[in-house]
Design a protein around this ligand. Structure first.
Ligand SMILES: [Zn+2]
Length: 428
């Protein structure tokens, strides 16, 4: 999530019951979303709190009872807003599938899925290793970051070259590891496209004319950390860099603050959740994604901040985050409207017709993925924020059943709209 947009909080909603093994002698380490009235989110972030959507003078902080104690010690009056963990429902598991928290797939399982799909649909797919995660660069295990191209392949299709015959729609997910529903939605998108070719007329038409690229897990090390908590997933947002010196699952660099376009005005506290890293593109995941975007899309926008991408621009990028029920086009680095604001808003509204999200520009953050892909390359770029802030399908850790009951059906049409717009996203 972007850690910035406010929404109306159902403050008095009863918290869900969670099982707890906490004894009276031990502080409750269960994480909650705390509502903190009369607080400035930037001040709290600078103090090292994990700050979430605020509204007016109130902000949300994620943390346990000790977090609340610390807030009270600073003069704040936090109140419990909702639980982070939802009841984990029993599920029918596929034999041999690695999953956690009711069915969410591990990084390894997502990698296997991409490979399996490619083996099953060789005429429709091409898989690439686009770079290494931080741990892999350090010889500490880790992962390849995988991209899959999906199209009805003709000669030259799915090449890592920006001058493709077909327009391209690139979707990435789970750059923030703890935003669990996002990778699952990418998984559903991959399956929907490959299984639908030849039977679903809309999918068939899109695959005949368009390349759909997907990176379902953009931060695989982070997802490993999250999954290590099992039915109590860890709250890791960032990558696995900087593993020492920060308490809890707070090491790492925020990969959605590390992109190279206008980098440098996000978090500078290395244990903070929005830590931007030591330099623009310092992280291997960022470098892998940016190199890959440059291989997919030519630079179609001038170098000036006010240079619009032309109406002939091809290409759409969506980076899937949670939460907030938002579709957010650039800019992040400034509140000023970008020079394609009208076109971006128009396409955003077409997508919002399917998921009912609010279309609103980002505003106050630097180093985001979509600022890079729009700012550097000119392609129509969006951050999706799946879901609301509370309830069984809300927050970072919605119940797994919400993927198929809510997130995927809500966003399928939005992704199809993006795919169909890839040939001319600013043409209206
Ligand atoms: Zn996010």
């Amino acid at each position: 999530m972007k850690l910035r947009i406010g929404f109306v909080a159902a403050v008095l909603a009863a918290p869900l019951v969670v099982s707890s093994t906490t004894s009276a002698a031990q502080p409750d380490r269960t994480p909650y979303y705390w509502q903190v009235p009369h607080a400035d989110e930037h001040v709290l972030a600078d103090l090292g709190f994990d700050v979430e959507h605020g509204d007016g003078g109130a902000v949300q902080v994620v943390g346990d009872e000790l977090t609340a104690v610390r807030l009270r010690g600073l003069g704040y009056r936090p109140s419990k807003f909702d639980t982070v963990y939802k009841p984990v429902l029993p599920q029918a598991r596929d034999v041999g599938v690695q999953s956690f928290y009711g069915g969410y797939h591990t990084s390894a399982e997502h990698a296997k899925h991409v490979t399996d799909v490619a083996a099953a649909y060789p005429a429709l797919t091409q898989v690439y290793d686009i770079g290494d995660s931080w741990r892999k660069t350090q010889g500490q295990g880790g992962h390849d970051i995988r991209a899959i191209c999906i199209t009805k392949k003709q000669a030259g299709d799915c090449a890592l070259s920006p001058n493709s015959a077909k327009p391209r729609f690139a979707l990435i997910a789970q750059l923030h590891a703890r935003e669990l529903a996002t990778g699952e939605v990418a998984w559903r998108w991959i399956d929907f496209l490959t299984k639908g070719y030849g039977s679903d007329a809309e999918v068939t038409s899109i695959l005949d004319t368009t390349e759909l690229w997907v990176v379902p897990i953009a931060n695989p090390d982070g997802v490993d950390i999250v999954a290590s908590g099992g039915n109590s997933p860890l709250m890791q947002r960032k990558n696995a860099n900087n593993p020492t010196g920060c308490s809890g699952a707070t090491g790492g660099v925020d990969l959605n603050r590390n992109s190279t376009f206008k980098w440098g005005k996000a978090g500078t506290s290395r244990c903070g959740e929005t830590y931007q890293g030591t330099s623009a593109g310092s992280e291997p995941e960022t470098r892998a994604l940016e190199a890959w975007f440059k291989q997919l899309f030519p630079d179609q926008r001038g170098p000036g901040d006010k240079d619009p991408a032309p109406v002939t621009t091809k290409g759409v990028m969506i980076t899937v985050h949670s939460y907030g029920n938002l579709i957010m086009p650039p800019w992040g680095w400034t509140w000023d409207a970008n020079p394609n604001a009208a076109g971006l808003r128009a396409l955003g509204q077409k997508m919002a017709a399917f998921n009912s999200y609010t279309v609103v520009a980002e505003g106050d953050t630097t180093g985001t993925t979509d600022d890079f892909t729009y700012g550097n390359l000119g392609i129509a770029s969006y951050t999706f924020e799946l879901g609301s802030g509370s309830g069984s399908c809300g927050g970072f850790f919605p119940q797994y059943s919400c993927v198929d009951s809510l997130f995927w059906p809500r966003n399928k049409g939005a992704f199809l709209t993006a795919a169909k717009a890839a040939k001319a996203p600013y043409a209206g």
